[in-house]
Design a protein around this ligand. Structure first.
Ligand SMILES: [Zn+2]
Length: 180
């Protein structure tokens, strides 16, 4: 199964990325309209247009789901760039830093899950080693770019994929950043 169709809600907001077979089912059920196509798919009755972007005809009450935190998602969000020194790596050599260390997260924040979008950032191995189990204030490290914000990418479906099809770009909302 490959997720490769961008789903928009009736107000043309991206709400998910789905497999094209699911998209075809929605088309047959007349729940969506096709907005963009991308080549064709061979079927027993000949080639048919392959959907690339679809829009729901009706508004559904809860079209949003929060994008689950993931290491690859954090690296994509931060463009594989270390938040502390600016080193740009790739998915094989970059690590994730927990800004409030995992082992101290509960004591400091009262929260249970240090693996969240605002407590993590892309980090090169040497900065990660240097920071270790410390808070930024304890090791004298700062974000290289003072404007750096760890945003919660709710609705930023493109973080699920390595590469975004060009045809999707007009439909993806601009990233909104939140301060923590
Ligand atoms: Zn670094």
């Amino acid at each position: 199964m490959r997720k490769n169709v961008l789903k928009l809600n009736s107000s043309w907001e991206a709400v998910g990325i789905i497999d094209w077979t699911d998209a075809v089912r929605l088309i047959y059920e007349r729940k969506v309209e096709v907005v963009e196509i991308d080549g064709t798919i061979g079927t027993v009755s000949g080639p048919v247009d392959r959907p690339s972007v679809i829009v729901l005809k009706k508004t559904y009450k809860h079209p949003h789901r929060r994008l689950a935190w993931s290491r690859p998602g954090v690296l994509r969000r931060d463009n594989y760039t270390c938040a502390y020194c600016g080193h740009k790596g790739d998915k094989h050599d970059m690590t994730i830093d927990h800004i409030i260390p995992e082992s101290r997260y509960r004591a400091i924040t009262g929260g249970d899950n240090p693996n969240n979008w605002t407590n993590t950032c892309a980090c090169c191995p040497s900065c990660n080693f240097r920071k270790g189990n410390k808070l930024l204030s304890e090791c004298g490290m700062v974000f290289l770019n003072p404007e750096f914000k760890r945003y919660n990418p709710a609705g930023m479906w493109e973080l699920e994929l390595d590469k975004i099809p060009e045809k999707w770009e007009p439909y993806l909302v601009k990233r909104s950043k939140v301060t923590v």
